[in-house]
Design a protein around this ligand. Structure first.
Ligand code: GLV
Length: 329
């Protein structure tokens, strides 16, 4: 009898992912609600062949050094900024992720945030709950128009493009900034390339869809926020640290911009007493842009597919560090 590979799964995930992994591997599952502490992670990876992790798990050099048997790391998320890809590549460990399957859910949610902030929906809900709705008010809870407004998309990848497709339905003028110019999408979607400063100055809505890298860390800080229109709304469904939270607090309290809607924050989770949580012109939700039943099921299945391919010694179908396959032996 061949021994089955040992796999550590850092949280309970949908059965679409757990079942195939259980069938082929000896699974150790962290059953708690919160992520495993680093000490547990270090201990668990020590005798594992594979790791199925989440964006809440910092998979750094230390974890990889502890996982002397690790042959594959598979993350159930598209973003992999919590994983030291360079360290993984140096050790010859392929890292899997889940691109594509969450694009539409995330774009839907980005639009939900945009509309909620533009039309002040959470404030309206609070108003009714607080018993303040006494009559129809000609000037109560006025928002801003989405239809025909200018949307600036920072990062025209899969999700940014899906947001642009939705924005066309609202007759929005769409600007984009991306290190890679996309003439194909300019022609197909009528999006206009703009340098970041220009995009910030011209947009009524600025929506972030770039990965978190050293280049995008605090990309939206004081200077960027001061460039935006005082009527503009910032949406972040990318990664929290793309925005400098201290600068954003000042921007929202001092009126440099009108409002913000954040699915992601720095830190994450954001403490409930953080000013961004209580500012009336800021919407904060707990990193749920991909949180639909079918999307999470597909993400889990894809994470399993990557994991099992890696354990079989095959190329991962969705690999975040493809350079691992090119490295000299
Ligand atoms: C979620 O944020 C993801 O990266 O999948």
């Amino acid at each position: 009898m061949t021994t089955r590979p040992v796999v550590y799964v850092t949280r309970r995930i949908p059965e679409t992912g757990l079942a195939p992994v259980r069938e082929a591997c000896q699974v150790r599952l962290w059953e708690e609600e919160l992520p495993p502490p680093k000490s547990v992670l270090l201990q668990e990876v020590a005798d594992c062949d594979g790791l199925l992790c989440l964006l809440t798990d910092p998979i750094d050099e230390e974890v990889m050094a502890a996982g002397t048997r690790l042959r594959v790391i598979s993350q159930m998320a598209v973003g992999v900024d919590n994983i030291d890809l360079r360290a993984a590549t140096a050790r010859g460990i392929p890292v899997g992720h889940t691109p594509g399957v969450l694009t539409e859910a995330t774009a839907d949610f980005t639009f939900a945030l945009l509309m909620a902030a533009a039309r002040r929906i959470p404030e309206g809900v609070d108003y009714v709950r607080a018993g303040k709705w006494r009559t129809w008010e000609p000037m109560g809870l006025l928002g801003v128009d989405v239809w025909g407004a200018t949307l600036g998309i920072v990062g025209l990848g899969r999700i940014g493009t899906a947001v642009a497709r939705r924005a066309r339905g609202f007759a929005m003028h769409i600007l984009y900034y991306d290190p890679t110019r996309r003439p194909d999408l300019e022609a197909e979607l009528g999006v206009e390339y703009a340098e970041l400063d220009d995009l910030l100055a011209r947009s009524d809505f600025v929506s972030l869809h770039c990965p978190l890298t050293p280049e995008t860390h605090h990309l939206i800080g004081e200077a960027a926020l001061r460039r935006m229109k005082p009527t503009a709304i910032l949406i972040n469904a990318a990664r929290g640290p793309v925005v400098d939270p201290d600068a954003l607090v000042r921007a929202l309290s001092e009126g440099w911009i009108r409002a913000a809607a954040l699915d992601v924050t720095e830190p994450e989770p954001i403490p409930p007493d953080h000013p961004l949580v209580s500012l009336p012109n800021c919407i904060v939700v707990p990193h749920i842009a991909s949180a639909t039943v079918s999307t999470r099921e597909r993400m889990a299945a894809m994470a399993a597919e990557n994991l099992l391919a890696g354990l079989r010694g095959e190329r991962l179908p969705y690999c975040a560090n493809p350079e691992v396959y090119a490295r000299p032996l």
